[in-house]
Design a protein around this ligand. Structure first.
Ligand SMILES: [Zn+2]
Length: 300
């Protein structure tokens, strides 16, 4: 409870209420390991022209806190960006770009771009695979294309494979991946990246899981019994689908993985809400700048 209290809106406003406090926070994140000039690697600096920017004592290069980060070339104030991050990270359902645009008085396209940048900061580090008891299943999401009711059945469906740690009937952490089909080759990356090889994996009777037993000797298969044997997992699948439909209402196939990453970034930190914001800001600082064109073409 203490953590939640620390991250309430009032505390957030106190901490990040001014542009100066946001820039100072970024500077601390950016140069946490010590200052090194981007141009000449010199380690001594003086205060630069912009708030919290640092000017190299040797070559004079003045580096702002947002240069080389996802905050580069923002079309709105850094304090607004932090507040948007707060909403994206902590609002119960996750703030969509329409709401962000209206709430913060910016164009929806601008909000959409910022949101997608933030999603890049929410990608899994792939460092903490699921362990012990892990339940795996697949599901489909319908994609009613706007103005295209007659699309073929195969195009309308997006397929996902999902895995959750099972802890006495409750869920631990989870991950999911968009897949082309239900073949072993398609199912494999989720296992490879997100499940420890010695985990006790439980999947349904689908033949596509069988070849994975070579790498996952503790993989067991059981009949789904219409979901009865995967109760927790099916609740989580429902929760994810409700979130996607309720918050974002519609999502192109090419962006689905990004939304999945966002969902699990938040879900896997649901008990550490204060660190969610710190982590997102840290990742935004560490991530290379990206342009609208790069995101629109799904190049990253
Ligand atoms: Zn320098």
């Amino acid at each position: 409870m203490k953590l939640l209290k620390e991250l309430n809106r009032e505390a957030f406003k106190t901490k990040f209420g001014t542009k100066a406090s946001c820039y100072e926070y970024l500077a601390n994140q950016k140069w946490a390991e010590g200052y090194s000039c981007k141009k000449c690697k010199h380690s001594k600096y003086i205060k630069g022209k912009q708030p919290s920017s640092r000017r190299c004592c040797k070559c004079g290069y003045d580096e702002s806190t947002t240069t080389g980060t996802l905050f580069h070339k923002l079309k709105f104030g850094i304090d607004k960006a932090f507040e948007m991050l707060y909403e994206i990270a902590t609002s119960k359902k996750g703030a969509n770009s329409i709401w962000l645009g209206e709430h913060f008085g910016i164009q929806q396209k601008t909000a959409w771009l910022f949101r997608h940048k933030v999603q890049l900061a929410m990608e899994s580090s792939e460092q903490y695979p699921l362990e012990e008891d892990v339940h795996v299943d697949e599901f489909e999401i319908g994609t009613p294309e706007k103005g295209k009711p007659g699309r073929s059945k195969s195009e309308k469906k997006m397929r996902v494979v999902i895995a959750f740690e099972e802890r006495d009937g409750k869920s631990g952490r989870g991950y999911a991946k968009v897949i082309e089909d239900y073949s072993s080759e398609s199912l494999n990356p989720l296992f490879d990246i997100h499940i420890k090889e010695d985990a006790k994996v439980l999947a349904d009777g689908w033949s596509g899981y069988k070849p994975l037993k070579q790498e996952y000797p503790n993989l067991m298969q059981t009949l789904s019994e219409e979901g009865k044997n995967f109760k927790m997992l099916h609740i989580q699948i429902r929760n994810f689908k409700n979130w996607l439909r309720g918050v974002h209402s519609y999502c192109n196939r090419e962006y689905l993985q990004k939304y999945i990453d966002e969902y699990f970034f938040r879900f896997n930190r649901r008990n550490h809400r204060i660190s969610i914001l710190d982590k997102i800001i840290e990742r935004c600082v560490l991530h290379e700048p990206v342009s609208y064109a790069m995101i629109k073409s799904n190049a990253i």
